[in-house]
Design a protein around this ligand. Structure first.
Ligand SMILES: *[C@@H]1O[C@H](CO)[C@@H](O)[C@H](O)[C@H]1NC(C)=O
Length: 328
């Protein structure tokens, strides 16, 4: 008996050290793919989400798939609840850590140089866009604020001077508002590259572009240094041990409605109030300065082969619904 207690004590010490110094492990985490067929199934999926299950996609309407990640502890009660509901399911990823182990993050070979075969850390992405601004007369990096942890919030403005002096409509693109969605930053920087020296160069004659490579830098850094699956901001929540707000749920329009939670421990926590997060507040304030001229806004997320468009809080259609579907 006393041997056992000693061993536990030893393990605990290790755990505390591990939390402070290394990436969180996802050994034994599984992703299940569910296909709900009834409203009861969807209700159950929503309950699982409220109980802290991390939905990579969904909960989706009947007939569409929802991918949900279960920690080893959650595989005991919550998973059994889902599996015994009669809902169609399959093990989609049998061990999340196996996938994380093959993911490639690279440190830049030369300052400001990146490619699109690897993921890069925040400093490397920022150095890259700053270098573009130095080298290219059409590029300007604008700081529109500072994050909760005092990192710069940056937007890359790409605007080709035109001889007539007429102003162009604006396309606004944002990557990595959800911290862990690294490939969205890769896509944002890829679009910048295509605009400046690739297949999109002619688009600069039609539009000005404002591209935010990393909308949630604190979370992005945290997902590189501590917890790969981190999604939210890193702001402290008063009265809770759980950190962060879902930046995508923190906008003021229909705040805390459909698909949001008031529980700080969930990944879809909408914050104590709309615009509580400085990252979102700053972006909204910046957006006000260009909003009248913006003709298209695209926020990049993973995952799912989807174009998601308004309205998000209700199944009612917007007046332009058919146009959006055609565009998608
Ligand atoms: C928006 O358009 C107006 C009128 O064409 C122009 O004066 C202004 O400079 C434009 N602002 C931006 C940020 O492009």
């Amino acid at each position: 008996m006393s041997m056992r207690f000693k061993l536990l004590g030893f393990l605990c010490t290790c755990h505390v050290l591990a939390v402070d110094n290394t990436m969180e492990s996802y050994v034994g985490y599984k992703v299940y793919r569910f296909t709900p067929s009834t409203e009861d199934h969807i209700k159950l999926l929503r309950e699982l989400q409220d109980a802290g299950i991390d939905f990579w996609t969904g909960p989706s309407p009947p007939g569409r798939t929802s991918d949900a990640m279960f920690s080893p502890e959650q595989q005991v009660d919550l998973l059994n609840k889902a599996l015994s509901s009669g809902m169609k399911n399959e093990v989609y990823i049998s061990d999340v850590q196996d996938l994380l182990d093959v993911e490639k993050v690279r440190t830049v070979q030369a300052p400001g140089e990146i490619d699109w075969y690897y993921y890069y850390k925040l400093d490397d992405l920022y150095a890259h866009v700053e270098r573009l601004a130095v080298e290219n007369p059409y590029v300007e990096v604008i700081k529109y604020g500072q994050s909760y942890e005092s990192r710069d919030l940056k937007v890359v403005k790409i605007s080709k001077f035109c001889e007539t002096g007429e102003t162009k409509p604006i396309i606004f693109i944002e990557g990595s508002t959800h911290a862990r969605e690294w490939i969205s930053s890769a896509v944002a920087t890829y679009i910048i590259n295509e605009l400046l020296c690739g297949t999109l160069q002619e688009r600069m004659d039609q539009f000005d572009f404002y591209i935010v490579p990393v909308g949630n830098p604190d979370g992005y850094v945290y997902s590189h240094t501590r917890s790969r699956m981190w999604r939210k901001t890193r702001s402290i929540n008063k009265g809770s041990r759980c950190v962060g707000t879902d930046p995508n749920r923190n906008w003021n329009y229909q705040w805390m409605t459909g698909g949001s939670s008031d529980d700080p421990c969930t990944d879809i926590y909408a914050g104590p109030e709309a615009f509580s997060e400085v990252e979102i507040r700053s972006l909204a304030e910046f957006y006000q300065t260009i909003g009248n001229n913006v003709s298209f806004v695209l926020t990049l997320h993973i995952y799912g082969q989807k174009i998601v468009f308004p309205l998000g809080y209700t199944r009612d259609h917007i007046p332009d619904y058919d146009r959006y579907v055609r565009l998608a």
